[in-house]
Design a protein around this ligand. Structure first.
Ligand SMILES: *[C@@H]1O[C@H](CO)[C@@H](O)[C@H](O)[C@H]1NC(C)=O
Ligand SMILES: *[C@@H]1O[C@H](CO)[C@@H](O)[C@H](O)[C@H]1NC(C)=O
Ligand SMILES: *[C@@H]1O[C@H](CO)[C@@H](O)[C@H](O)[C@H]1NC(C)=O
Length: 493
């Protein structure tokens, strides 16, 4: 009786004790703050007048799980990182720490999703697959070590910094001998090699397993609607990807890969209503979801897929920065299309293209036309003198990560929840909201907002205006002034 009474009053106390915004990460347009942490003490209290930007968090609407933000560890990125390790190992480990440390509160972008090509891409030193023996349909010559050793050594080092890393693998092309024209650079898969290709992908998973690299997901083909004769690529009709996926799913299930997901499509938003929808019609049970690239169409078009397949997952797996573009304009676009609005349209992640390149967008495969001048920009820039820097992509993803990384070591990632913005200045804030559960259910959940204030009049006279906002949560209200930039706020309840 007595203990019930005490528990009851405790619950009452917790219900009335004000929540407090305690963690604030900020990146401002002028770069005075760059993923800068400050300990907040902003209280939620009984609601007063709503500000002209009024954010309402709807914790009763819980949507998809998030699996993290990140990039692709291309051969080129791994080569640069590996060279840096030899040249200046302090800088190497400091860079890995600032990219991948997911410990709560770490001074890091906390990247936790890495896409890794199986064989050569347009960012490789040479064109190769794991089995370049012509006609080897039994795959007896399959050799995972056809990949440069720096790919696996770098991946192993990244995993030593971040053991929550979600690794997603996929080929840019089947081996040349399986294709029309017998080249990895463009063309398509010969129809008689569907099962051989499924087997090749299984062997690729086993190859990574032999290197102790756990695989979160695999895709069948990068950009199946793109055949380009200057770099590894392959056009693959829906029916072929569906057949490989079906065959691979059953091979994976009978070889210990039941938990590894198969993700389809891997191409432009603009075709969301077509290829990925047809893929689900033809082989829905083999695929856990589909992934999109940003190169054509809009993020909103993902709804053309999710409206028909609401139980399938959606990912944004590739978008590249371009050298020389404006830092703050890029951050606005990334938040508005990839890292805040992408999840609002269902995406469980958000990835850029190369994890690391040099200041000229190199090294790129000789002859590739995939990143015309001025070239592609990596998330990090590694220079040949052993120094490095991080680009706008790093800050945009870091701000998004802080809202979804596990609070506890080994704890769950965050889930997106409902949020809306009202008021005459509501347009100036683009907001994503997340809840992160705890390892112990008696610990309070973390609630986080990722907020872009883009009220900068950039189309006329540039004039950044801070926005006074109110935040409504469970009948309580907090006030916060958002500078022009990206702010990630967290509180516990
Ligand atoms: C990650 O960050 C935490 C917290 O700042 C720190 O204690 C830890 O040493 C870092 N880990 C690595 C591998 O750098
Ligand atoms: C989609 O993306 C690729 C980039 O790989 C591009 O070359 C292609 O033309 C785009 N458009 C369509 C409609 O596929
Ligand atoms: C796809 O989405 C866009 C933007 O949301 C919409 O305008 C268009 O009608 C949709 N197309 C199809 C085929 O559903």
């Amino acid at each position: 009786m007595r203990s019930t009474f005490i528990l009851g009053s405790l619950a009452l106390l917790q219900g009335t004790v004000a929540q407090q915004i305690t963690e604030i990460w900020q990146t401002t347009w002028d770069r005075n703050s760059l993923l800068t942490f400050s300990a907040g003490s902003v209280n939620f209290a009984s609601p007063g007048t709503a500000a002209s930007a009024d954010i309402t968090v709807d914790d009763t609407s819980v949507y998809q799980s998030m699996y993290g933000f990140g990039a692709s560890l291309t051969d080129s990125s791994a080569q640069l990182l590996s060279t840096l390790k030899t040249q200046n190992s302090n800088n190497y480990w400091a860079l890995l720490d600032s990219l991948f440390n997911v410990t709560d509160g770490a001074n890091s972008a906390g990247l936790s999703y890495l896409r890794v090509p199986l064989g050569a891409s347009d960012f490789s030193a040479t064109v190769y697959s794991y089995d370049d023996t012509s006609g080897d349909t039994g795959l007896g010559s399959f050799n995972i070590d056809a990949a440069p050793s720096y790919v696996f050594s770098t991946l192993t080092d990244i995993l030593s910094v971040n053991n929550r890393l979600n690794v997603h693998v996929l080929p840019w092309s089947p081996p040349a001998w399986m294709k029309s024209g017998s080249t990895m650079e463009g063309g398509s898969l010969d129809s008689q090699d569907v099962d051989t290709m499924a087997n090749y992908l299984l062997k690729s998973l086993q190859g990574f397993q032999s290197k102790s690299i756990p695989i979160y997901a695999i895709s069948i083909q990068n950009e199946p609607e793109n055949s380009d004769a200057t770099y590894p690529s392959c056009s693959m009709p829906v029916a072929t990807e569906a057949a490989i996926g079906t065959s691979l799913r059953s091979l994976m299930d009978s070889n210990g890969f039941t938990d590894t997901k198969i993700i389809g499509f891997e191409h432009n938003w603009s075709d969301a209503a077509n290829y990925p929808v047809q893929l689900m019609q033809q082989a829905g049970s083999a695929f856990d979801g589909v992934s999109f690239h940003c190169y054509e169409g809009t993020v909103q078009e993902m709804a053309n897929f999710t409206s028909q397949y609401s139980t399938k997952e959606v990912y944004i797996t590739e978008c590249t920065g371009t050298l020389g573009s404006d830092w703050w304009s890029d951050i606005k676009w990334y938040m508005d299309n990839l890292f805040i609005v992408g999840p609002q349209y269902g995406s469980s992640n958000g990835l850029m293209w190369n994890l690391a390149l040099d200041g000229n967008g190199n090294p790129i495969l000789s002859g590739s036309d995939s990143c015309p001048s001025p070239g592609c920009r990596g998330v990090a820039q590694i220079n040949n003198d052993g120094t490095y820097s991080v680009n706008q992509e790093f800050y945009a993803m870091g701000q998004a990560s802080k809202a979804i990384l596990p609070k506890d070591v080994g704890g769950p990632f965050g889930k997106r929840i409902g949020v809306s913005v009202a008021g005459s200045l509501g347009w100036s804030l683009i907001v994503g909201a997340y809840v992160t559960a705890r390892s112990s259910s008696s610990d309070p959940s973390r609630y986080s907002l990722v907020v872009l204030n883009w009220d900068d009049s950039s189309s006329t006279t540039f004039n950044p205006v801070s926005v006074d906002a109110t935040i409504e949560f469970k009948g309580m209200q907090a006030s916060y002034t958002f500078p022009v930039g990206v702010t990630t706020l967290s509180w516990y309840d």
